[in-house]
Design a binder for this molecule. Sequence first.
Ligand SMILES: Cc1cc2nc3c(=O)[nH]c(=O)nc-3n(C[C@H](O)[C@H](O)[C@H](O)COP(=O)(O)O)c2cc1C
Length: 392
Amino acid sequence: MNTSANEFGSMIKMITFGESHGPYIGVVLDNVQPGLAIDPAFIQHELNRRKPGQSSVTTPRNEADTAIIVSGVMNGKTTGTPLCILIQNQDQRSKDYGNIAQLFRPGHATYTYLQKYGMFDFRGGGRASGRETACRVAAGAIAKLFLRERGIEIIAYTTQVGDIIAETTDYSVIEQNIVRSADLQAAEHMIALIENVKEQGDSVGGVVEIVVKNCPVGLGEPLYHKLDADFASARMSLGAIKGFEIGNGFSRVVKRGSTNNDAYYADETGRVRTRTNHAGGIVAGISNGEDITMRIAVKPVSSINVPQETVDEYGVAHIFQTEGRHDPCICPRVVPVAEAMVALVLMDHILLQERRHTAEEKTAERLATIDREIALLQMYRAQVASEQIVHK
Ligand SMILES: Cc1cc2nc3c(=O)[nH]c(=O)nc-3n(C[C@H](O)[C@H](O)[C@H](O)COP(=O)(O)O)c2cc1C
């Protein structure tokens, strides 16, 4: 395990820093190859997809979330040095939390953080706030640019809000509706449900699906860095994510092996494919070249305006009620965050695989050199042996 719990990655190293109500949050991404073209407009576009205040179903907290690239980029390209992006916190209202500062916030970090660290930045959930995910989205945008050069695409969308489930999947409509669903009709019902829940001062959960297209075969490092294991870990490191499925996930348990196995065939180019994709593009922890499909369960977030039972640190009973501004459903904002984490995991695994290839190529080169030397020595030996025969 990494000694720093704030560090992500084996080849790339990502460290995010900052709290919800501090002056800045930010991210340092190290080991990014030099020469990668960086498009600041794309980074900003990704941050805008996550930022609060973007629609009637997200928190009205008003943050510009402007990415300030502090280091690691020169003339539009990465330099290979640590890449740092800063984002200013502008719309903090710590007083929203003034009257509840001493109370344990049900479903949020107060009690467990306080027990662990002995202190807690209660304002907006401090480090446990969803605000930290802006840093991951900024770093994820860099990873997406890296993946784009390799033709790999990541698409995420909301498939369920409360009991409303999408029935169709049309990627072209995802950014056309404020819940980011791939089913426009279901989106209308989802929005109506969220607005209803919001009026009641409550929150509602949902499911976000993520698909990776054109993933190369062979990514994943069994046993403890299987590709699916690293995806699960990256997802579960986000607040409010309470379930992870790969491929057909839990629904597979009612099937038989005969209908669950994905049969292999060779397509017209000779490439090995599977007839079905119940596995979700990963077998034995390694990508098989099919689409990678994953789903995450997003809980109804804890900050609601409904009174709840709680206690303070002395065990005295209180009623907990916030007037802070919150998301009634975070699924639309989880979509870009989920994409970012997938992009970072994939970038890390591609670099691991490329290192393995480089190492294999180096070994092959050294063996070829040794073979050449053995051949020369054998020729020399034969020559010396023939001289011995002449002397006799
Ligand atoms: C993008 C995003 C936005 C979030 N916004 C909120 C929010 O407005 N209110 C809230 O209570 N939790 C929010 N959360 C969830 C909290 O961060 C999370 O519930 C908290 O850290 C407790 O962790 P747990 O839910 O994983 O147990 C958000 C999470 C993400 C990923």
